[in-house]
Ligand binder design. Structure first.
Ligand SMILES: NC(=O)C1=CN([C@@H]2O[C@H](COP(=O)(O)OP(=O)(O)OC[C@H]3O[C@@H](n4cnc5c(N)ncnc54)[C@H](OP(=O)(O)O)[C@@H]3O)[C@@H](O)[C@H]2O)C=CC1
Ligand SMILES: O=C(O)C1=N[C@H](C(=O)O)C[C@H](O)C1
Length: 267
């Protein structure tokens, strides 16, 4: 049985992760962490997640719980994730990272940490999105430079980073397949007199509204037709199940930086 610690346990993903762990026979919640100043500290993590008492108290300091878990699952925010990875690196713990919005420098820090511990880092843990990454590679290679590419994503009103990590990864997949560098060809939103579209660009449009769990569409459009590859998440459970699967998969790894394509053997 893999003993899992969840940080951000009282958050949107944290609560669903606890539920997913409760339903899994190969992994179990061992530690639940949220803000040190949270009014919820001391409560039972299972009750917080709506699955009944689990006997795991919500606490505020991961450093006090290092003996109690094998793998950390972190869906929080970049600075906290990096601090937690460093703590886990010092103590030889594996980490599954779902947090998005990391800078290039922060991603580089993960690469360095992965020399000492195993990490799964993926902007989207759902099977469907990871299948879409493969479909996008095929579509981009088949359609080529004749088609304009636009990536449209929609998320709930609480999301703090844009474009989503998934949309950016979709952009990277398509850009790589076409031999382009995303940092040179990405266009984020348009306003005013923009001029005609530069065919080499990849456009990103972001919607933030209501309770949308996560929608992504990549459009390939040319004169006479367009192809759209769309994924719509209707429950966070799809991400949580993927993260638990990654935690179980990581127990057999000693070091290395992996993503969900590795976990799902889609590479
Ligand atoms: N890879 C994937 O498949 C997915 C990735 N995500 C990503 O996961 C991340 C989290 O998303 P979401 O769950 O919606 O966000 P939430 O804000 O709901 O959850 C984050 C939790 O972390 C808590 N937190 C903040 N500071 C600390 C701290 N110092 N110590 C411990 N806990 C702390 C927050 O508390 P408080 O609210 O009080 O600040 C909150 O409970 C985002 O980056 C999102 O993009 C989301 C879904 C899927
Ligand atoms: O913040 C979210 O909610 C989500 N974030 C991830 C992202 O940025 O791609 C994945 C998912 O779409 C939900």
């Amino acid at each position: 049985m893999v003993r899992v610690a969840v940080v951000g346990a009282a958050g949107r993903m944290g609560r669903v992760l606890i539920e997913a762990l409760n339903e899994n026979s190969e992994a179990a919640l061992a530690v639940a962490i949220d803000r040190p100043d949270s009014s919820l500290l001391g409560g039972d993590a299972g009750e917080l997640a709506g699955v009944g008492k689990l006997g795991v108290e919500l606490s505020g300091r991961l450093a006090d719980k290092l003996d109690l878990f094998d793998v950390l699952i972190d869906f929080t925010h970049p600075e906290l994730t990096l601090a937690n990875v460093e703590l886990c690196r010092e103590h030889g713990k594996a980490v599954v990272i779902g947090t998005t919005g990391l800078s290039d420098a922060q991603k580089q820090q993960l690469k360095v940490a992965a020399e000492d511990i195993p990490l799964v880092f993926a902007p989207n843990m759902s099977v469907g999105v990871n299948l879409c990454f493969k479909l996008l590679e095929l579509a981009a290679k088949s359609l080529g430079d004749e088609y304009d590419i636009e990536i449209i994503e929609a998320h709930h009103r609480h999301k703090v980073d844009a474009p989503s990590g998934t949309a950016l990864r979709m952009g990277e997949v398509v850009a790589d397949a076409l031999g382009r560098n995303l940092s040179e060809c990405a266009v984020y939103g348009r306003e005013g007199v923009t001029g005609a579209r530069d065919p080499k660009t990849i456009g990103f449009e972001t919607i933030r509204a209501g309770d949308v769990v996560g929608d992504h569409t990549v459009m390939f459009a040319t004169e006479g037709e367009r192809v759209e590859i769309t994924h719509k998440a209707s429950s966070r459970m799809t991400f949580a199940k993927g993260a638990v699967r990654a935690a179980i998969w990581l127990q057999h790894k000693s070091t290395g930086l992996f993503d969900m394509q590795d976990v799902l053997e889609l590479n």
